[in-house]
Design a protein. Structure first.
Length: 229
């Protein structure tokens, strides 16, 4: 079943894809952090910054390094606290959607050292219930092809099944000692190769610029499209 997105209560964005984290750290001359393998890390983003299908997105003032991030997100549909990290955790999910965690990389280098990102997040185009895609669910992961195109040119291609952490683990960790509420968003983090930062602007040609059309497609979920204002 395909449904409109509900009002967003909160956004927790995880870093669940090892390839993305490892490659981005390698670009900075850093090894993988051992603690990353011990707990699924997330940060809180700004629900007031959510935009939808075909909404324009603008880089923050002073930024010249606008980037997309290709992600899968689940929307919580039922309140729960200290949820168990097994398949029963999916009972709390209203559905899944596409997420673009827009990033201003030049500002992010300063901001992420001291706080979470406070910038635009695209969600949509609609909510797909778990029942509609559960045939692609195994080992705690949804196995769906993911692509990102800029002005029709494919830049990113991955599969959501390559997550290191599982959806039950993400849901359980997000609900630890707190209550998840309907409308809470849990982002998967960026799939491997799913942003310009990871691919490098030199290889791609540039960061995003005014007029660029970014299309994120996830198999069975549709295409989320936004133009850079």
């Amino acid at each position: 079943m395909r449904l409109p997105l509900p009002p967003i209560s909160s956004i927790r964005d995880f870093y669940a894809f090892e390839q993305h984290v490892k490659t981005c750290r390698k670009h900075r001359g850093l090894d993988m952090v051992p603690e990353w393998y011990k707990v699924p890390v997330f940060y809180f983003s700004n629900p007031a910054g959510v935009i939808g299908q075909d909404d324009p997105v603008s880089a923050p003032q002073g930024s010249k390094a606008l980037d997309y991030e290709l992600e899968l997100a689940c929307v919580i549909g039922k309140a729960g606290r200290d949820i168990t990290a097994d398949d029963s955790a999916l009972d709390y999910v209203a559905g899944f959607t596409i997420m673009n965690d827009w990033s201003a990389r030049d500002l992010q280098r300063l901001e992420m050292a001291v706080k979470g990102k406070d910038f635009a997040t695209s969600l949509g185009p609609e909510l797909i219930t778990f029942d509609e895609i559960k045939d692609r669910y195994r080992d705690g992961r949804l196995h769906l092809e993911m692509t990102a195109r800029v002005n029709g040119r494919e830049l990113s291609h991955g599969n959501s099944g390559s997550m290191y952490w599982t959806w039950p683990q993400l849901i359980a960790h997000a609900s630890r000692d707190t209550c998840l509420r309907p409308g809470d968003i849990l982002g998967s983090g960026t799939v491997g190769s799913g942003c310009i930062l990871e691919l490098t602007p030199e290889a791609v040609g540039s960061w995003l610029k005014s007029g660029d059309v970014v299309e994120l497609t996830i198999e069975r979920l549709g295409t989320l499209r936004n133009r850079v204002a």
